[in-house]
Design a protein around this ligand. Structure first.
Ligand code: S3P
Length: 181
């Protein structure tokens, strides 16, 4: 199939915003490859992200995240789903921006809390699984997410299929304005 979009698609957003689910779904629809940064890191370390944080510390995880982001940014025809903290290092964003459109998936803190409240895999929420903490971390990161994004998609109360349709529509109209089509 002819490539629909001549660039990579990068998904960013807070934990639980649906990056991996949407990325996976989109990759099938668009016949693009799909990589999830955290899954690649876990595969290389042979242990879950939570254990990497516990055994090696967050700075070690962030270094691996840098390396994997750089590597994946060099691929073509690829959808990359990033961990929620990818925006903390501007090098990640400059690497990802090369040849890619960055899509920010947004959801209200309440939605995120509802989606994640039983989750035990997120180290940053391990001792802080409550709405107040989610709100404060979101507030701290809001500017970084907004600055990095080429496209913002609101996901509250929407089905996966609807979100993917919206993304494809936004990318197509971006192509017209940027002269890709
Ligand atoms: C993190 C988000 C996680 C994972 C790590 C740190 C963050 O990914 O990379 O636990 O700093 O927000 P998800 O956004 O996929 O949960």
């Amino acid at each position: 199939m002819e490539k629909l979009f001549p660039y990579n698609i990068v998904l960013i957003g807070f934990m639980g915003s649906g990056k991996s689910t949407i990325g996976n779904y989109l990759s099938k629809q668009l016949e693009m490859e799909f990589f999830d940064v955290d899954t690649v890191i876990q595969g290389r370390m042979g242990i879950p992200v939570r254990s990497i944080f516990e055994n090696y510390g967050e700075p070690f995880f962030r270094k691996m995240e840098n390396a994997v982001v750089k590597e994946l940014s060099e691929r073509e025809n690829t959808i990359i789903s990033c961990g929620g903290g990818v925006v903390l290092d501007n090098n990640n964003i400059s690497n990802l921006k090369t040849g890619a459109i960055i899509i920010l998936l947004k959801a209200d803190a309440e939605t995120i809390y509802y989606r994640l409240k039983g989750d035990k895999t997120r180290p940053l929420l391990k001792d802080n699984m409550n709405l107040e903490y989610i709100k404060s971390l979101m507030k701290k990161r809001k500017k970084l997410y907004d600055q990095a994004a080429d496209i913002i998609i609101h996901t509250d109360n929407k089905e996966i299929d609807e979100i993917c349709k919206e993304i494809i529509l936004m990318l197509s109209s971006l192509d017209e304005t940027r002269g890709y089509s």
